[in-house]
Design a protein around this ligand. Sequence first.
Ligand code: ZN
Length: 77
Amino acid sequence: MANPKHRHSKQRKRKRRTHYKIEAPNVVACGNCGAPKLHHHICDECGFYRGRLIISKKVKAAPVAPVVDTTDETTEG
Ligand SMILES: [Zn+2]
C-alpha cells in the first residue's frame, strides 16, 4: 500500500488547490426558441437539437381551478 513518505506543508497543499475551481457552464441560446441551453445539449424548453425535434415536449396545460364541491357548504353549520 502506497503511503506518502513526507507530509506536505499547508503552503504546498494550498498552492496545489489554487487550480481547483468551478467553471461557469457553457450556456448558448437555442436556435429554435432562443431559450438558454447548454452547448451540445438538447434544448430543455423545446426539445430541439441542431434544428431537429428530438424530444417532443408536453405543452404546459393551463392550471385547472380546483373543483369545489357545493355539498360541503350545506353540511357545515
Ligand atoms: Zn429551444
